[in-house]
Design a protein around this ligand. Sequence first.
Ligand code: GBP
Ligand code: ZN
Length: 263
Amino acid sequence: MTRMTVTKIPALKDNFMYLIICNETKHAAIVDPVEPERVLKSAKESGVSLNKVLTTHHHWDHAGGNADLFKHYQMDTSLGPLSIYGGQDERIPNLTNPVGQDDTLNIGNLKVRCISTPCHTTSHICYYIETPEDKVVFTGDTLFLAGCGRFFEGTAQQMYDALITKLSALPDDTKVYCGHEYALNNLRFGNTIEPDNENISKLLAVAKEADLDGRRAMIPSTIGQEKLINVFMRVQKESVQFSIGKNTPLATMQALREAKDKF
Ligand code: GBP
Ligand code: ZN
């Protein structure tokens, strides 16, 4: 039996929540529980004890369920206390455990490492878990399949640090569980930047098919795949720089974001 199970739970129009289960202890955590009722149902069906929330960032479509879930645990004390993790930020409701770069926490026997990735929001956190069978990272609105989050509260330098310095350093076989299903739009954009990149055109074809059968088939991606198909992870490539008319990775990051904002 593997030590960890990750269950993808669709929410709202195109968000994902993720239930992370330690199979040895049946302890579980939930990433961004914007729809608490669905989360409680999924935890019940899996027969797990859910006692931690991992918040990626303060936006309502990620942290907007924290208060109701917290209230539910206060009303029903048999569920035990609920700890809510996230980057230090007054805008994250019911934050009980503020975390920063390289802080660790446990879900049963699973060890989670926090990666600070400010830019989309100032206190954005990604969560990395490694077991002997599996490596996974929950990237919220920092890294999407073939894309990245808008720079609402940060700079191109910060997204460069997040995507190139930090997330690209994870093993290539790390599964990427992101906050939204944006694969099709992102790949269409990538295809305009790198029309000769066959990895992009092949995955775009897959996304177009997946779109007919239900959009939610593309996740997880992997860090290795992102390095091949995500133009924001490829700002060091001359072909990407040339295509957007820049000659440094940083200027390329900025120009790509501006172009994607208008795409
Ligand atoms: C699409 O591609 O499907 N509808 C479009 C994009 C994250 S959600 C919508 C969009 O802008 N999404 C945001 C983003 O960063 N996208 C990357 C991209 O388009 O390339 N959000 O819900 C967004 O963060 C939000 C919530 C924002 C509260 C601000 C506040 Br305040
Ligand atoms: Zn967001």
